[in-house]
Design a protein around this ligand. Structure first.
Ligand code: IPT
Length: 960
């Protein structure tokens, strides 16, 4: 005999999308109908299982006085300081046994209660209906109003509505929502992100007057040949459509064609209109544009696009996926200000307000459905719900809820079926349904390698070489696929320091029609603000299964500070290409936009001597059409300079726009006129031995026995300078577990590059020079580097030449090659002439602009959520720090930090980095590239730092 009888909780494990909800329809934030936000303070009780508590809390009169309080929208695991459980991070593994559609008995269940009154002027009962709308609940909700069950739903990032008019009372309405963390729906929501249960988007009560609008579909196309737009609004409830600026006033369902300005992401022209039904006026924001697949290319208004995109998850370090309007706007502004033109809403439809912003500011959107079943990859996709027709209704429900909600956004030009869900009949059914419902947009799904159901060939993380093969049509594939353009729905994994190789991808995109650009993975680090760690990542909440800091792989840090990767991307995707021929005195300017001419930009020239700007002025550039180029003459320079001289040409917004102020720079280019010349240090005098165990050479004081430098003038030096090859491996150095080819972070550690020993072979006087001979090598292996340090001085300055000769069979590149030392005195301000202002590495240095820069040691650090190598400045001619001026020949990579590389390497969180008294300086002759091996290819061959014979010099001058 069984004691467990099926309970109402069994809906949780039901594959159906739910019961009791209204059919999906167009979403809009406002109309003249009344609405009441039910966001705010709710009561919460969290139970460990779905059936621990009965339904009595939903009955009016229930006393929830001793329940906790929770803010809606919100996730209960991010409120209450851990009292209600913790977030869980897994990439693709389900954090529960895979036995669809069953879920664990341990199923955290949040009962939410809210009592509300209707405003006194709320329309009286009988004048229409009312609808209760939930914009997002993870993962399964059962809803009661005033003790009556309304129904249940799944589909976490999709809206669900219930008709509630008959149940409403003027006051004391009791809204009860039981939310289960795990449900059958969880099998469809295996996105790489935190699992965060809760009512995390708005809850709204909408009055529905008699004759109110139902569903409606705005069709606004643009005929680029004639310059005319055609508008037709299909409406479930007949009415009129008015667009005053276009003198349009037509019946719903009727088409009207008039001259218009088209909508594009570059020129997001919206017309305000209204849908007027007998009972409601709904504001419309109409953008005229036509999306098509034309001759194998995605076109809008007849022109092919190039996506300069990013994958955006919704994230806030304290609120998780419960984003406030300000944060959404900040995302859009940051994207526009960094030259991005496209967003893939990975991997679910975002809060609808985000799409309003994309319409308004201009971003192309791939709107992706809330569907991912990635964990089934572990069982070769057996039992994958997307290939099991019992689940097809749930998939179609999700497709419909996305399309119906978002179909009136001009910014949305592509629907995506989901992400990483294998293949199956359910996906085909979704694609068929979407194609039939909306023939004005394209369908995307990366998992459809044969492009059976999709309109674009899409790949994630291919190496540059593979992209080239596809561009050249040498990749084979089905006939259907060969006719389609390629986009990279994910590439350039921005985890930690990186991604490297962006410019090399962009060069491919720009030179092959079939390549229509891509979407960097991803926008933001999903770090959780946490006292203990700075930002927490997977494992920090004691999860039994997790994927560590793989959740921190964004172009902006968790607090939305742009990381160097975003600044690099901004440079690489500039809307204007500026190539300066310094010697020829011209700048070639190319309009790289797809739609707009250059009239929005004002150009300036400036001239730098030794990095200092000595002249500048406006530059007249024709308002080139998209794709157009012109050579523009730069002003004449006074002749006879022997200092390093160069031009900078810059393009900035000519006037204020919605997203940037006049003067905001969008593009720049530099060109050298006169190359750098490094004056030699003429040795004067020889090493002296004052007899106190030291040896002096000009301003240098050394240990006479070891040849170690102690001081330069009054500047105390420790621990070098001596050869250094180690860097705290970046996430991209370490690579992902499933990649075995070039996971150099691991290979370096195996070889012992983090524990190099320095054998002292000789300290010699050689004429005016002090020569120190060493062999630098790790225990256990035969490989090593012979390093010779040759010191000279002209009496005021101290010169060092380092010669390095590899010995043995080196099979891996070096992380870095240079010298390191510590400054024991005060050191804070840093000045340098070289690349800046930000961090750069060999394959991330497009954004490093040659100039004179100033910073502090602390500000040189990039606070990656998991500490790792960071903060190098490229092409440095000279740097000043801690009373020392350092000149390099050739130019060098400069790094300074208040902890050693070993500390940096050992740190797991930002709070592990504790500043010491010494500032550690690295002067590098070489750095290994960064690449994208945390998910993607490693650095391209020309960014490798192979162990080779090398010689490089520095001149140290005390500057007081
Ligand atoms: C790819 C996923 O689509 C994305 O969600 C994210 O997990 C990304 O990887 C890595 O951060 S899937 C991977 C198997 C390439």
């Amino acid at each position: 005999m069984s004691f467990r009888t099926p309970t109402a909780a069994d809906h949780v494990e039901d594959v159906s999308p739910g019961t009791g909800t209204l059919p999906p329809r167009a979403w809009y934030a406002r109309s003249d109908a009344r609405s009441l936000s039910l966001n705010g303070d709710w009561r919460l009780r969290v139970a460990p299982t779905a059936d621990a508590e009965d339904d009595s809390f939903a009955v009016p009169g229930f006393d929830a006085g001793d329940w906790a309080r929770v803010t809606v929208p919100g996730h209960w695991v991010l409120q209450g300081d851990g009292a209600f459980g913790s977030p869980i991070y897994t990439n693709h593994l389900y954090p529960f046994p895979v036995d669809p559609p069953r879920v664990p008995t341990e199923n955290p269940t949040g009962d939410h209660l809210r009592v509300f009154d209707l405003p006194s002027d709320w329309p009286a009962a009988g004048s229409g209906d009312a609808v209760l709308r939930f914009d997002g609940v993870e993962s399964c909700a059962r809803v009661w109003l005033n003790g009556t069950e309304l129904g249940v739903f799944k589909g976490s990032r999709l809206p669900h509505e219930f008709a509630v008019g008959a149940l409403l009372k003027p006051s004391g309405n009791v809204l009860a929502v039981r939310v289960n963390q795990w449900s059958a729906g969880s099998y469809l929501e295996d996105q790489d992100q935190w699992w965060l249960p809760g009512i995390f988007r708005d809850v709204t009560l909408l009055h529905r007057p008699a004759g109110c609008a139902g569903d409606f579909f705005t069709h606004a196309s643009y005929d680029h040949a004639g310059g005319e737009g055609t508008l037709r609004v299909d409406s479930e409830v007949a009415g009129r459509v008015s667009v005053p600026a276009l003198d349009i006033d037509v019946a719903t369902g009727e088409s009207v064609t008039v001259p218009v300005r088209p909508w594009t992401a570059e020129t997001p022209h919206l017309y305000d209109g209204e849908l007027i039904t007998p009972g409601e006026r709904v504001p419309l924001r109409i953008g005229f544009r036509t999306v098509a697949l034309t001759d194998g290319l995605i076109t809008v208004n007849g022109r092919p696009l190039l996506f300069k995109g990013v994958n955006r998850h919704e994230w806030h370090p304290e609120k998780g996926r419960a984003l406030d309007p300000g944060t959404m706007r900040e995302d859009v502004l940051l994207m526009k200000r960094h030259n991005l033109n496209a967003v893939r809403t990975s991997h679910y439809p975002p809060h609808p307000a985000f799409l309003d912003l994309c319409d308004e500011y201009g971003l192309w959107v791939i709107d992706e459905c809330d569907l991912e079943t990635h964990g089934f990859v572990e069982q070769e996709w057996r039992d994958n719900p997307v290939d099991d027709e019992r689940w097809t209704p749930a998939l179609l429900d999700r497709a419909a809820r996305m399309v119906e909600r978002d179909k009136n956004h001009p910014s949305v030009i592509v629907w995506s079926l989901g992400n990483e869900a294998g293949t199956g009949r359910g996906l085909t059914a979704m694609a068929d349904w979407i194609h039939a419902r909306d023939d004005g947009r394209l369908v995307h799904y990366e998992g459809d390698a044969d492009c059976r159901d999709t309109d674009v060939y899409s790949r994630m993380y291919p190496a540059h070489e593979e992209v080239r093969r596809i561009a050249e049509g040498r990749d084979g594939g089905t006939r259907a696929r060969r006719r389609l353009p390629l986009i990279l729905c994910e590439y350039a994994h921005a985890m930690g320091n990186g991604p490297g190789g962006l410019a090399d991808y962009q060069a491919l995109f720009e030179s092959h029609d079939r390549l229509q650009g891509g979407f960097v993975w991803e926008w933001i680090d999903h770090g959780v603000r946490d006292e203990r760690f700075g930002y927490a990542y997977g494992g920090d909440f004691g999860e039994e299964l997790h994927d560590g800091n793989f959740v921190c792989d964004g172009l902006v840090l968790p607090d939305r500070t742009p990381s160097p990767g975003l600044l690099e991307y901004k440079k690489v995707i500039e809307p204007v290409l500026i190539e300066v021929d310094g010697a020829g005195g011209t700048a070639r300017v190319t309009n790289r936009q797809d739609f707009a001419d250059l009239s929005a930009f004002a150009f300036t020239w400036s001239c730098q001597v030794d990095g200092e700007t000595v002249g500048s002025g406006p530059l007249t550039v024709p308002a080139l059409a998209p794709g157009g180029s012109a050579d523009v003459k730069l002003p004449a320079l006074p002749a006879g300079r022997d200092a390093e001289t160069g031009w900078t040409v810059s393009a900035a917004l000519a006037a204020d726009t919605r997203w940037g102020a006049a003067g905001h720079e969008v593009a720049w280019g530099q060109g050298a006129v006169t190359a750098r010349r490094v004056p030699a240090v003429e040795p004067a005098g020889a090493p002296a031995f004052p007899g106190d165990g030291t040896l002096t050479l000009g301003p240098g004081v050394f240990d006479a026995r070891t040849g170690a430098l102690r001081a330069i003038g009054g500047v105390g030096v420790t621990g070098g300078p001596r050869l250094d090859v180690w860097r705290a491996p970046t996430d991209n150095d370490d690579g992902a577990p499933w990649q075995s080819d070039t996971r150099y972070g691991l290979l370096w550690r195996k070889l012992g590059l983090h524990r190099m020993r320095h054998r002292l072979d000789a300290v010699e006087q050689d004429g005016p020079a002090l020569t120190v001979r060493t062999r630098v090598a790790p225990a256990a292996w035969e490989v090593g580097l012979a390093a010779v340090y040759r010191w000279t001085s002209d009496g005021e300055r101290l010169a060092l030449t380092v010669s390095v000769t590899p010995e043995g069979d080196w099979r891996v590149p070096l992380p870095r090659l240079g010298v390191r030392f510590g400054l024991t005195g005060p050191a804070d301000r840093v000045r340098w002439f070289g690349g800046g202002p930000g961090e750069a590495y060999p394959d991330t240095k497009e954004a490093a602009r040659l100039g004179r820069w100033e910073s502090t040691v602390d500000a040189l650090q990039t606070p990656y959520v998991r500490p790792q190598e960071n903060g190098a400045r490229a092409d440095v001619r000279w740097a000043e720090v801690g009373g020392l001026r350092i000149e390099g020949d050739p130019e060098f990579w400069f790094t300074a930090r208040r902890w050693t590389t070993e500390h940096l390497d050992a740190a797991a969180h930002l709070t592990d980095l504790v500043p010491g008294d010494t500032v550690w300086v690295n002067l590098d002759h070489g750095q290994h590239g960064i690449g994208s091996q945390s998910c993607g290819p490693g650095p391209l061959p020309h960014y490798r730092l192979d162990a080779e014979r090398a010689e490089f010099s520095f001149v140290f001058t005390p500057v007081g």
